[in-house]
Design a protein around this ligand. Structure first.
Ligand code: ZN
Length: 458
């Protein structure tokens, strides 16, 4: 057995309680209030009077393996998660080549990444319009479900040749199948026609500045696409999840749908909470992502959404471009759209959520762990500090101040939207199934392969 001592867990609001936690075979065996020394143990982990959270989850990352491993791979991606206090990541299907649209592609990816992970991982599955048209999708989705995917990713707009956008008629068919399988349908929601036309138009008239990226990814494209996919879900009755929500207007529609009893959830990302189009003009390509960061009123609406629970959890949409090569083009359109974020989500949320007084500790715990675990069928193995759950913990020094140095990030993409910024709150230790995989004083500690695949129970 292992004793985890001198730590506090969150009760309600900002109320914390000192506990001693015993770990056996990677699971939580006992939790005692206060100091406890009743059992003999092989080793002790000292939380040093910091707060012990249930292991945080990043439910939306692109680790690009196999496929674009010059940008990121499973080793560097999961190292950055470990160093960021993330104990489980859920990897997207579309930036793997081939995409995870069949059992064969799943098995291939699994065999390539399984010995590289430093933290636990789950997978999103995928489906293409060709599969739906041919009828092959039913077999593939069932086989992917058997393998334990959490859900399937859809795009209403896509620049990826291997993973095209899904039109409404085919989306309806795929949603129906996924309803049968009880899996989540996650959608990147931006209207194809608006984004495609205005992005091309602005390039044709010679616009090359950051502002034109914002203008081309038309604001209304997000609410337009959200309306549309909610329309499909209303007919089908599937589980819908809108990824990386960026607009207040999109949030308004999601709230409406929730009030109608439609099974829709959403997430937003740190960059939408921290930045606006004005910052895009200052930070340039570093902050380029899709959808783009929006206006001040959207930023405020998103904060309100995470406070009132209409935004269910936070993800990073971690996507690292080759740096500096893919982020230094004078023509803004030529730069890679993506931000590596998994290592910094936790301290960003403590800095800008907790220390600003917007979010209390129990809300942060839900937003960064419990809610995603529940939505994706990882709960109660993940997402909670309770006897029987996996001994996954993120130990945070709430008040420690430190300055972000992108050169020291574990991701291959050594750039950050908060480069040089002083953050308040530091991940001191990351523990995956009882193993300390990261310590702030020593770096990533475990061997690769420590992270295991977690099957969704949906
Ligand atoms: Zn994404």
């Amino acid at each position: 057995m292992i004793r985890l001592k001198n730590g506090f867990i969150v009760k309600q609001g900002n109320e914390i309680e000192k506990v001693t936690i015993y770990i056996e075979n990677g699971k939580i065996k006992h939790i005692f209030q206060g100091d406890h020394i009743g059992f003999s143990v092989e080793c002790e982990i000292d939380a040093e009077d910091n707060v012990i959270f249930p292991g945080f989850i990043d439910p939306h990352v692109h680790f690009d393996d196999p496929g674009f491993t010059e940008r990121e791979d499973f080793e560097s991606g999961t190292r950055s998660a470990a160093a960021g206090g993330i104990t489980t990541i859920i990897d997207m299907p579309c930036t793997s080549v081939p995409p995870i649209t069949t059992a064969e592609n799943f098995d291939r990816k699994f065999s390539i990444v399984k010995d590289k992970a430093y933290v636990d991982f789950a997978f999103w599955g995928g489906v293409t319009p060709f599969q739906v048209k041919s009828g092959e999708y039913k077999k593939s989705l069932r086989e992917l479900k058997e393998r334990g995917i959490v859900g399937v990713k859809f795009y209403t707009v896509s620049g990826m040749e291997t993973y095209p956008r899904m039109p409404v008629d085919l989306m309806d068919k795929a949603f129906r199948e996924l309803k049968e399988l009880n899996l989540v349908c996650a959608v990147h929601a931006e209207d194809n026609f608006l984004v495609d036309y205005y992005s091309k138009y602005l390039q044709e008239i010679g616009k090359t500045d950051p502002q034109s990226w914002f203008e081309g990814r038309v604001y209304e494209a997000e609410p337009e696409a959200i309306w549309s996919v909610i329309g499909v879900t209303e007919k089908v009755g599937n589980k819908l999840h809108i990824v990386h929500l960026s607009t207040g207007e999109g949030l308004r529609i999601i709230k409406w749908a929730k009030n109608q009893g439609i099974d829709v959830t959403t997430e937003t990302c740190p960059h939408y909470l921290l930045f606006t189009v004005n910052d895009l003009n200052v930070l340039g390509a570093i902050l380029k992502t899709a959808p783009p960061v929006r206006r001040k009123e959207d930023q405020l609406a998103l904060w309100e959404g995470i406070k009132d629970g209409s935004i269910d959890f936070i993800s990073t949409d971690h996507a690292a471009g080759k740096f500096p090569d893919e982020k230094n083009k004078p023509n803004f359109w030529d730069n890679y759209a993506g931000i590596p974020g998994t290592q910094l989500m936790v301290p960003i949320i403590f800095s800008y959520g907790y220390h600003s007084g917007k979010l209390d500790l129990s809300t942060i715990q839900k937003l960064l762990s419990e809610n995603a675990a529940k939505r994706y069928g990882l709960y109660p193995q993940k997402g909670i500090t309770e006897v029987g759950a996996d001994a996954d913990f993120t130990i945070v020094n709430l008040n420690k101040k430190w300055v972000v140095d992108p050169a020291k990030l574990e991701s291959k993409g050594k750039y950050s939207v908060v480069s040089g910024v002083e953050l308040s709150g530091k991940v001191e230790q990351t523990i995956v199934r009882g193993v300390v995989v990261y310590k702030s004083v020593a770096g990533v500690l475990c061997k690769k392969g420590q992270g295991k695949f977690i099957k969704s129970t949906l």
